[in-house]
Design a protein around this ligand. Sequence first.
Ligand code: NAP
Length: 243
Amino acid sequence: MRVLLLGGTAEGRALAEALHPGVDVISSLAGRVPDPALPVGSVRIGGFGGIHGLQSWLRQENIDAVVDATHPFAATMTAHAAEACSQAKIPHLVLARPAWDPGPAKVVPSDAEAAKAVENHCYKRVFLTTGRSGTKAFQRGDAWFLIRAVTQPDVDSLPRHHQLLLSRGPYRYDDEVAIMRDHRIDALVTKNSGGDMTRAKLDAAAALHIPVVMVQRPPLPEGVDKVDTVGEAAEWVARQRHN
Ligand code: NAP
């Protein structure tokens, strides 16, 4: 049994660990991050070349099943995998960690709407944690942004007033409180990524009474099978072996 595991997340690494070495798993990373945390087992890096590229790759590699454990906001990869597997009739599962309860956060459907919310509320000092691809929507406007991202955003995508903080999670509550205090943050903008690695910022914002603008997740493609946990995904793979 040969499984393609679309990764780039802690859950992807944990699933590779759970399946290895009993199942022949190839983890796939997009290759966006220098020096990525590597899962155990075989790894390939880089895009497939769209839906058709992925279909050819699945055929060449004799893949029996695909688990998509990409980030909940990696919507293009998720759509491509769902379509390629549906066409090739390959069993396919999405492993997506549960979303955060937004609580009192203002929930918005996109980065653009988050930027509008910042302007409408006249926030002045914003902690922007939507990642390197999420800065473009905030280019206009007069607020100052503390931008946290894993890798440097494109220079022409940055807002006028900003400071960059290049770092990689997990983040601790005390550090998040210190960052928000030290930079006199008056609003937090985040994606609803879910999971424990980056949730401390929500607790810190709540403790400091800092309002939160939360970008909701893109919907999954219709009809896909989805589980929340690594254990459930490992069980699904085990069931495919016996089918
Ligand atoms: P995306 O917009 O959905 O994907 C764009 C393109 O990147 C895909 O069409 C595919 O290229 C390639 N790609 C994405 N994930 C891949 C993978 N695991 N293996 C091989 N190719 C992949 O995704 P993204 O937002 O750029 O995210 C890229 C990776 O970073 C994902 O693996 C994701 O789990 C991880 N990540 C994303 C976020 C986020 O907020 N988006 C946060 C943390 C980690 P082709 O069309 O050429 O196949």
